[in-house]
Design a protein around this ligand. Sequence first.
Ligand code: CS2
Ligand code: MG
Length: 401
Amino acid sequence: MRITEARVIVTCPGRNFVTLKIVTDEGVTGVGDATLNSRELAVAAYLTEHVVPLLIGRDPARIEDTWQYLYRGAYWRRGPVTMSAIAAVDTALWDIKGKVAGLPVYQLLGGRSRSGVTVYGHANASSIESVLAEISSYVDRGYQAIRVQTGIPGLESTYGVSAGAHYEPADAALPTENVWSTAHYLDHVPRVFARVREEFGPTLRLLHDVHHRLTPIEAARLGRSLEPYALTWIEDPVPAELQEGFRLIRQHTTTPLAVGEVFNTIWDCQELITSQLIDYIRTTVVHAGGITHLRRIFDLAALYHVRSGSHGATDLSPVCMAAALHVDLAIPNFGLQEYMRHTPATDEVFPHSYWFEDGYLHPGEEPGLGVDIDEEQAARHPYRPASLPVNRLQDGTMHNW
Ligand code: CS2
Ligand code: MG
């Protein structure tokens, strides 16, 4: 079997997605997600100009060699654009391998290690009282884990809380500006979880996304203030380039830490894992080099009691979600899978076999990944420039969004 064609498909059913479709001379095709929110065209160009020409004529069965060829052969290694492009190729090749074997990809990864993939939903609301209603609606649908984000009194806007039903952060062609106050935030968040625990009791699994906005000692203060509410994790407490900064957080609090959605290789989290500075690693199929590299990260994590908690926002396409579920089902150290639920318009472009039931997602038994892209539907939704916001402190200092 040989690769004869690879199409890079950019579509925007409400938000932009980039998909790679690999075609072989025996008619078997595979898909990979290459979406990098608000940098989509960078990855599309990297694929079109620098990867697709290398794929034509290659044996699609040689997944590892292709990964090494695209990683080592690029010379300029790592980074979200390169690794998202490699991820798309890798994911599509696993899809093809599953189809050729007549097996769902999780069977090629060692088979099922659990009955289903426990997911967490997003309860977002402007106030504490309105977020309680959101949480109830998730509990009623069987969710066993819920991320809780609310507005911050005194701040006009904050991460994770939207006006509409579906939270989509890339909200304008050019970056919108948000204003941030750590003081307002640290004062408010413990009150949110005190109220949530009062309402829902001690065992519902609660998570919170700090979204890179604190310093290590501020994160330590937040973690300590949330200890009475026993969260499953606080996520991205600080920007994680400084991996050793997590040591400072660790010294002060037992609140579990999750990080990794912006990571794109094992080297971004090697110290965090081997020094047990985190409890969950949130790397994803689409941004961390595909199934092949993600498994390496999760296998390293398993040696240090670190569990997976993969990113699953709506700016990762159903192709990524499908691939993630095959990995989640098979690995021994699965923790949680984020599941923000795509819109019906997105689901129409990406028909898939995964389904939700009683708080679990199931990838289905289709050979391969069980997802595809309907290229006719995709063509109906042209690309639309969309940028993620930026964030400044109240005095105008540039901060982390
Ligand atoms: C967030 C994301 O889902 C999450 O945990 O961090 O919403 C993130 O802001 C977006 O994926 C960025 O594109
Ligand atoms: Mg996050």
